[in-house]
Structures are given as C-alpha cells and as structure tokens.
Design a protein around this ligand. Structure first.
Ligand SMILES: Nc1nc2c(ncn2[C@@H]2O[C@H](COP(=O)(O)OP(=O)(O)O)[C@@H](O)[C@H]2O)c(=O)[nH]1
Ligand SMILES: [Mg+2]
Length: 367
C-alpha cells in the first residue's frame, strides 16, 4: 500500500470512494484500528488529564476524515467516520440516537439531491458503506447494549461485528466467545452483513471465499501503531514480555482478512447493498410516511406506494416550476412599477419646467 502523495507523475486512474464508520464503547481499540488500517495517524488519541473521566469522550462530534490508499493497484479515497465512544452505563440513548441520526441524514441528503431540478455538481455522497461494531473482549457474550445498538443500526447500514483488542483473549477463549456472539446475533435476529452468497447463482470461488469470511465472524482485531523488525522485515505488532501479537499474521488476528474484504473483495458488494437495499428501504419508508402525513391515510399497499412516489416527485417538480413562474411574474411586476414611477417623475419634472417657464415670462412681463 502507498499513499496518494507518492503517486505524483503517474497517470492517475480514477479511484473508488468508500466510507467506513467505527462504533463501540470507549477503549475498545477503534482509534488504534483506524490508524492501523490507514497506516497513518488519521485519528488522534484522546488525551485526558482526569483519570475519573478518561473513559468518557464527551464533546467528541462525529467527524469524517479522508485518506487516500492503494489496494491491489486501485486507488481508494477512504473516508473514516469515528463516533463518540459510549460508556458502560445503561443510558446511552443520546449516543445511539446521534449515530443512527447521522446515518439517516446522509440518506436524506441524497433524497433531497435526487429531487432537485438542477443537480449540484459539487454534491458529495457521504453514505456509510460499512460499519464496524467493536465488541469489547470480555470473553462472556454480547451485552444488552451491544444487542440493542446493532439491532437499531442493521436496518440502515451494513454492520460488521468485530472483537476489539483480541490479543487479550487466549485462542480457546476467543473461539468460544466468537461462537456465543454469533449465537446471540442469530437468536436476536440481528441482520448484520454476513458475506451473503447464493449456492445456486454464485461461482465456486465466491461461495468458498464468502463462506470462509462468514466463518471468521466476528473478526478478531489486533491494532498497533508500532513496528518491530522480524528477519529484517518491518512487522506491525504488540510486544509483551511473553511474546508478540502480530497485526497482519492470520494466526494471530483476522485483521488482514477483514482489511482485504473491506477494501478489495467486498467493497463493491457493500456499496451496492447500501444503495440498492438499505437506501432504497429508507427512501420508501420516508416517502410513505410523507404520503401518509399529506393524505391522512393510515396505510398503503406496496404497489400504491411505488406510484405514489412517482406522483410525489411529479408534484414536487410542478411545485418548483410554479415557484419559478411566480418569481418571473414578481420581477415583471416590479419592473412595471419602476417604469410607472419613472414616468411619473418625468411628468412632474415637465410640470415643474413649464411652471418655471411661465413664472419666467411673467417676471419679464412685469419688468
Ligand atoms: N491489547 C490491546 N490493546 C489495544 C489494542 N488496540 C488498542 N489497544 C489499547 O487500548 C487502549 C484504547 O485504545 P483506543 O484505540 O484509543 O480505543 P478507542 O477508545 O476505542 O478509540 C489504548 O491504550 C490502546 O493502546 C489491541 O489490539 N490490543
Ligand atoms: Mg478513540
């Protein structure tokens, strides 16, 4: 991988854009993961002077950061959206709402842009294509808040569950933990992104590849911003008195499999699912809500909904045209008024002139 800055002089191929969001409790290793993925300090670690509030990330707003990467010869403009890490308390409602609200706002922006008469050429599509949900390495099972949040996020975004700081668990602990998490996800029917494939339609390679990735879920992550040398090669790792945990070693963590799935093999799939399924669902829900509010109807059949949304768009166009016509008329009216004013002024000027002329001749007459 190399950064775009080093590519000067090359003929620039058109790259792809990808947006990734990271969500999870504070201290699960999100910031470290992002910097490991991007091989640069994209996100700063929060510094806190007060140990009692160090676990809180108050005041951190959702703010996207973009880096240019290269993966398999393809240039990727990767946008990372970090979210405020929430605490372990039960009441994380405002943090949850902020995250879901952010996802939906990006859809609203597209919806608004699609219905404009004149498209804005500088419009940026900021929809999130994948969300990594960081599960803390407790070794137990999913916490209620993990279940609750993943459940609320999954209808809006491709949620990919990961275990942060996986090197804190032994291999057998990790295996059991992964199994219990997937059982919970199934039990609570959480529609996470599970590397979907169709045995009838997909080719063998795809089926095998997706099956393997699915079997790794939730991905065990090790992040590190440090490098050591092993056999003269730089290796990203965490160093302990008893050994080394290597980021890119598949025996130690699922980092490299996840990375290539996100940035290469499944990038296209994640993007098209976002547009064709998740956004489309949101759009239909939103428009049907609008139609219901407008018409006061309580329910609509799906086929009615489709024609409703066409009608809605036509209606919107008609309204905008009307608005334009109104503006035109208003301008015309104002120009007319101005002309009338001017004529009136000319008239009074003429009157004044003739009065003055008359006064002048009277004066002459008297003299
Ligand atoms: N053992 C271990 N510690 C990690 C890992 N990633 C991050 N950490 C440490 O966990 C702490 C919190 O990490 P940070 O990335 O700031 O977490 P965030 O609050 O989720 O952004 C820091 O002290 C990191 O050095 C990891 O993969 N393994
Ligand atoms: Mg952080």
């Amino acid at each position: 991988m190399s950064f775009a800055g080093r590519r000067r002089g090359n003929k620039v191929k058109k790259g792809v854009q990808f947006t990734l969001m990271v969500v999870g409790s504070s201290g699960t290793g999100r910031t470290t993961f992002v910097n490991t993925l991007c091989e640069s300090e994209v996100l700063r670690h929060k510094v806190s002077d007060h140990p009692e509030s160090a676990h809180l990330e108050e005041g951190i707003r959702i703010k996207p950061a973009t880096v240019e990467l290269e993966e398999d010869g393809v240039r990727i403009a990767l946008t990372i959206v970090d979210t405020p890490g929430f605490g372990d308390s039960i009441d994380n409602e405002s943090a949850f709402q902020e995250i879901v609200g952010y996802l939906e706002r990006q859809y609203d922006d597209i919806l608004a842009e699609e219905s404009r008469i004149k498209r804005n050429p500088r419009f940026r599509d900021n929809r999130i294509h994948a969300l990594l949900y960081f599960i803390p390495p407790t070794g137990h099972a999913l916490r209620e808040m993990d279940i609750e949040l993943m459940r609320r996020l999954s209808p809006r975004v491709n949620v990919i569950p990961v275990i942060g700081k996986a090197d804190t668990l032994t291999p057998s602990e990790l295996k059991g933990f992964k199994k219990r998490i997937m059982e919970d996800i199934e039990h609570y029917d959480i529609p996470v992104y599970n590397f979907p494939y169709d045995v009838e339609e997909d080719d063998e390679d795809t089926i095998q590849d997706n099956g393997e990735l699915r079997a790794l879920m939730p991905f065990a992550i090790i992040g590190s911003e440090e490098e050591i040398e092993i056999d003269g090669q730089p290796v990203r790792a965490r160093i302990y008195p008893w050994g080394i945990a290597e980021v890119d070693n598949p025996k130690h963590s699922d980092f490299s499999r996840l990375r290539s799935a996100l940035l290469s093999s499944h990038l296209g799939d994640l993007k098209s699912l976002t547009h064709d399924l998740l956004y489309e669902t949101y759009r239909t829900e939103k428009l049907s809500r609008t139609v219901q509010a407008d018409s006061g109807e309580s329910s609509l059949l799906p086929e009615e909904l489709a024609s409703q949304s066409v009608r809605l768009k036509e209606e919107q166009l008609r309204r905008e045209e009307e608005k334009l016509r109104e503006i035109e008329l208003k301008v015309q009216r104002e120009m007319n008024e101005k002309r009338q004013e001017l004529l009136a002024k000319e008239e009074s000027l003429r009157n004044l002139e003739s009065r003055l002329a008359a006064q002048g001749s009277q004066q002459e007459f008297r003299d």
